[in-house]
Design a protein around this ligand. Sequence first.
Ligand SMILES: N[C@@H](CCC(=O)N[C@@H](CS)C(=O)NCC(=O)O)C(=O)O
Length: 291
Amino acid sequence: MSDRTEYTPPKVWKWDKPNGGKFANVNRPIAGSTHDKDLQVGKHPLQLYSLATPNGVKVTVMVEELLAQGHSGAEYDAWLINIGEGDQFGSGFVDANPNSKIPALVDHSTATPTRVFESGSILLYLAEKFNALLPTDPTARVECLNWLFWQMGSAPYLGGGFGHFYAYAPVKIEYCIDRFSMEVKRQLDVLDRQLADNQFISGEDYTIADIAIWPWYGAVVSGTIYDDSMTFLEADGYKNVVRWTQEIAAREPVKRGRMVNRAFGDDLSQQLHERHDASDFDNKTQDKLEN
Ligand SMILES: N[C@@H](CCC(=O)N[C@@H](CS)C(=O)NCC(=O)O)C(=O)O
């Protein structure tokens, strides 16, 4: 492997070789579909096309929370989109999300099906549709949205920045790892200070802000993402984030939601590749899928 820290950019960048990083085989500099493939549609109002990455888990936790609150209109089919295999570039998926990234939701309960993409947009759409998990008081509502949008802007530094260069890049580049470690630790400190005075991120109520932030930052402080990043970042030292992470992890809808569309890892008992009925949690027998 050449020393890419000494790279001198040419005048015009060309896509002429895979970069060797994880997902290099599916990454491309152009949008649009690569093949024709319709999306499957099940029996429920909400059709979710996803994978249990942190962005995917936000939505499956959200619908499981809604169902637990008694919103039967939130019944859903969750179809597996294997991003390692390029399913996100199928024509049907691109119709649902022109950005070719999970999660994508299609609501069939509207006069014509409504597509919803971007996990933050999906959380807000569902919260407004069911009048749940988003405060109605204007001040509390905007505080919740402040943190929802904080997450959407901040997590790419954690995932695309820190996670990529620490765990996935084919070479370890000190400059990149330093830059993004600094930022991720700063973000963890932002959360830790906020959670010192609040049970949940935006106050006393559990909201879509918690649902958005927990799969990302909760994973870092509990050591379930990016190799040994918890130790590297001393992330378990953010005690308020750890307390909040554990409280949310104990919620039954969260336990269910994090299993849905999970098709990686060794523990098959925690995987439900597709979900079409509430009883699927009791009847699951999953084969191991390689990504
Ligand atoms: N901002 C988007 C990000 C979605 C995203 O990055 N999804 C990743 C998985 S976590 C993906 O589908 N990657 C496939 C690809 O990049 O081709 C959201 O929050 O929905």
